[in-house]
Design a protein around this ligand. Structure first.
Ligand code: GRF
Length: 204
């Protein structure tokens, strides 16, 4: 029997994207298995979501290490034990070094709450609102050396409404995140994603 597509999910907070992945796996929408969840914050709600669902959850806090290299070394060590096919950054608030990324070349994806390359970095929803764009959205991309700069796999747009607050906009974007993250993982699982330079082609 063909073994399942193995995911490692890296988180820092609420864990709604993680929750949706778990639900979609249970429903058979996503044919994959989350073998480990790693959090840089042991208080993260995402840790509870993982544990409630019987998924091994490990906290590795940055403050426990003097050097970033040691912190990442610890995470790499854990990952090695699970040999993931794909690492999903789902609200993981650390920037990974190029050494780390090299270990899992083209095997790390991130979900970001804007239409990249607009509004990289923190509070992308607030940035979009402040800028006054009429459309924003969510992006799933491969992780490269930069911040939110790797090849784009999927994007989904959402309108910005005149009466939006940061919260209402973030909520609308989050729904889109939940939708496209599962889709992107499934495309990768089915070997449909071809990377050419910074462009991604989705095979038919
Ligand atoms: C999401 O908005 C994601 O795009 C960003 O961090 C947030 C994580 O949300 N990178 P959650 O923890 O999945 O609920």
């Amino acid at each position: 029997m063909k073994s399942k597509f193995k995911l490692a999910v890296l988180v820092s907070g609420r864990g709604s994207n993680l929750g949706v992945l778990i639900r979609n796996i249970h429903r058979g929408i996503l044919k994959a298995e989350i073998t480990v969840v790693i959090s840089d914050n042991f208080m993260a709600n995402a840790m509870n979501i993982a544990l409630e669902n019987g998924i091994p959850a490990v906290a590795v806090e940055r403050s426990g290490f003097t050097k970033k290299r040691e912190f990442e070394g610890k995470i790499l060590n854990i990952l090695k034990g699970y040999s993931p096919d794909l690492i999903v950054l789902a609200g993981f608030m650390q920037i990974l070094s190029s050494d780390f990324i090299r270990e899992y070349k083209q095997k790390i994806i991130n979900i970001h709450p804007s239409l990249l390359p607009s509004f990289r970095g923190l509070d992308a929803q607030g940035q979009a609102l402040d800028y006054g764009v009429k459309v924003t959205g969510a992006t799933v991309h491969f992780v490269d050396d930069g911040v939110d700069s790797g090849p784009i796999i999927l994007q989904g747009s959402v309108p910005v409404k005149q009466e939006d607050t940061r919260e209402s906009l973030a909520e609308r974007i989050l729904k889109k995140e939940h939708e496209i993250l599962t889709k992107a993982i499934d495309l990768i699982r089915r070997n449909k994603v071809q990377i050419e330079g910074r462009k991604i082609f989705i095979k038919k």
